[in-house]
Ligand binder design. Structure first.
Ligand code: IMP
Ligand code: MG
Length: 204
């Protein structure tokens, strides 16, 4: 069975993503004109979005990556975030733009902003493809936002369930049965990373 068989509903189509990502790239190019921003992609979710985004940025820019994990307790995220991979370079005096796939509770981005702010960047901004604003627990200023989405667990275009579905070219909601079926044979590290607090909302 292919991944397409698991899709219940496409929330954001491929052409909608393409158009919005192009817009964001144009806006970033205008805003940072005359500067060389350092784009910080948050692995693994932002990888697809960032790859497309930078090809719509028409000014010089530099790439770096971070990876984080967040611990979960019971059914809620604890808000404790850990850095699994740090930046390779200093951001002191640099114009830093954090690029992530989705802001959900906001715990991850809040932690990243605090952490990177302490390293004296010249400026620090946030670009997020998706904003699940109804779930927010921490205020996060989003400077560049792709789409606001409802409180649904989504996959595709970089977002995963159990490490799977990142390669779907659109953002979608899965059929309830897909969660059980895919995860049994799925990447156990993916399950661990996701944690109980990331358990998808099965209300379709
Ligand atoms: P936050 O700390 O709760 O804002 O979590 C942000 C991270 O949780 C994102 O970078 C994603 O990795 C993950 N996440 C949150 N919501 C979803 C979703 O609907 N699908 C897939 N991953 C999600
Ligand atoms: Mg992420």
């Amino acid at each position: 069975m292919g991944l397409l068989d698991d899709v219940a509903d496409v929330l954001i189509r491929e052409d909608e993503l393409r158009a919005r990502v192009a817009d964001l790239g144009g806006q970033i190019s205008t805003d940072y004109d005359g500067k060389t921003p350092l784009l910080v992609g948050i692995l693994n979710g932002a990888s697809i979005f960032l790859s497309d985004l930078i090809r719509h940025i028409t000014i010089p820019c530099v790439l770096d990556f971070m990876a984080t994990s967040s611990y979960a307790t019971g059914t809620e995220t604890s808000g404790i975030v850990r850095i699994l991979k740090d930046l390779d370079q200093s951001i002191e005096g640099r114009h830093v733009l954090i690029v992530d796939d989705i802001i959900d509770t906001g715990y991850t981005m809040d932690y990243l902003l605090e952490t990177l702010k302490a390293r004296y960047p010249a400026s620090l901004r946030v670009c997020a493809l998706l904003d699940k604003i109804s779930r927010r627990r921490r205020h996060v200023p989003i400077d560049y936002r792709g789409f606001e989405i409802p409180d649904r667990f989504v996959v595709g275009y970089g977002l995963d369930y159990c490490g799977i579905y990142r390669n779907l070219p659109f953002v979608c909601i899965l059929k309830p049965e897909a969660y059980q079926e895919r995860c049994e044979g799925g990447d156990p590290r993916g399950v661990h990373r996701q944690g109980p607090g990331r358990a998808p909302d099965l209300r379709i």
